[in-house]
Write a protein that binds this ligand. Structure first.
Ligand code: HEC
Ligand code: HEC
Length: 328
């Protein structure tokens, strides 16, 4: 018989049931009495199922992604630019709420708020939105970012790493800090020009494994060139501010804040050709170089926010890669 277990969805069909042992109305009464219990039971089962799925499986996967995202976030040095450091007249800004001034030959940029505040931060951003910003330099609504946001390096990042960073960013404390307007030379105020700049200079290539190198070398290359964006300071730039690929990591006499940045290739004189692999790894961990001097300038923050937080394996991987770059 089809109505032993009453199904509310079929309740109306049941009154037309051809059963004759009992009057149709008795069937109907029994169904009406049972239907709410059955619906309730299904609601409870469904809720249980959802909470099991929601609370156990994805939450576990979710917290893994958040932890992985936090590690990658530091490996990519995002915190340095997006938090305002303590100034002469002001205490440090809220974590990741932006407002850090970045001086360039084109004017002064202020980093934006990347906390998950829904209106003043990126709380409404999907993982896809972050991926587009990091890989193409395009924001929601189609705005084109200035390359001071180093998507020129992040474009080599893997999609799953961008997604993990998104999961981490959505988990941090939101701050209601509005963005500050950049103070730029008139000729770079028009954002559309960034599109032209990208067309000329943005190599939107993904990271490819070098099959003739080992896993440590490839991991090092990924950490240096995609996440750590080391070349943004350590490579020469042309007059349009674009990193010159053929002058990769040769150093830059006019780095950030007009400071000279040394070569990190195996050049004997200027580079780190005479540093051993473990000396490089030590420097990236503690800032101490083979002459027992300590890192200064912009490298201090790189070591604090990024390389000192990496695993030993990852620091050794960076050293393996750098040691293998011939003089240029
Ligand atoms: C060298 C400094 C610097 C680093 C490193 C950096 N950013 Fe930014 N970021 C900026 C600046 C400056 C802008 C604004 C660009 C513009 O207005 O065109 C920006 C823009 C953004 C935006 C767009 C926000 C909005 O409201 O439109 C996001 C999201 C973002 N960055 C996330 C990140 C993440 C994630 C990382 C690390 C993977 C990172 N940034 C690393 C400087 C930096
Ligand atoms: C924001 C700019 C900036 C970024 C990004 C940066 N560096 Fe540096 N780096 C510097 C500066 C400036 C120095 C010189 C420090 C000093 O004067 O003590 C330096 C020095 C170094 C040295 C020591 C070289 C020497 O001869 O003393 C190494 C090694 C190094 N960086 C590796 C890296 C690696 C690896 C990365 C990427 C994970 C990186 N840097 C990212 C600015 C930067």
């Amino acid at each position: 018989m089809s109505h032993v277990i009453p199904d509310p969805a079929r309740a109306s069909a049941s009154s037309r049931s051809p059963r004759t042992a009992q009057p149709a109305w008795a069937d109907r009464v029994r169904e009406l009495a049972l239907a709410p219990t059955w619906v309730m039971l299904r609601v409870i089962l469904r809720a249980l199922q959802l909470s099991l799925l929601g609370a156990l499986v994805p939450a576990h996967a979710q917290s893994d992604a958040v932890a992985r995202g936090e590690y990658l976030f530091h490996a990519a040095g995002c915190a340095t630019c997006h938090t305002r450091p303590e100034g002469d007249d002001a205490p440090a800004g809220e974590a990741l709420a932006g407002g850090r001034a970045l001086d360039t030959p084109f004017g002064r940029f202020y980093s934006p708020n990347i906390t998950p505040h829904p209106d003043l931060g990126i709380g409404r951003w999907s993982a896809e939105d972050l991926w587009r910003a990091l890989s193409e330099g395009v924001g929601p609504g189609g705005i084109h970012y200035y390359p001071v946001f180093p998507y020129t390096s992040y474009t080599r990042m893997r999609r799953e790493d961008s997604d993990a960073i998104h999961a981490y960013l959505m988990s941090v404390q939101p701050h209601a800090v509005p963005n500050r307007k950049h103070e730029l030379a008139w000729y770079v105020r028009w954002r559309f020009a960034n599109r032209v700049w990208k067309w000329l200079f943005l190599d939107q290539e993904r990271f490819v494994l070098a099959p003739d190198k080992d896993a440590a070398w490839n991991r090092g290359a990924y950490l240096v060139d995609a996440l750590g964006h080391c070349g943004e300071c350590h490579s020469l730039r042309n007059r349009a501010g674009a990193v010159q690929r053929e002058r990769h990591l040769v150093g830059n006499p006019e780095g950030p804040d007009g400071e000279s940045v040394p070569s990190i290739r195996s050049d004997g004189e200027d580079g780190i050709g005479d540093w051993s692999r473990s000396e490089i790894a030590t420097y990236l961990n503690s800032g101490e170089d083979p002459d027992f001097d300590f890192a200064g300038g912009a490298m201090v923050e790189v070591i604090e926010d990024n390389t000192s937080r990496l695993s030993d394996d990852d620091r050794n991987a960076i050293a393996t890669y750098l040691k293998d770059l011939p003089p240029l």
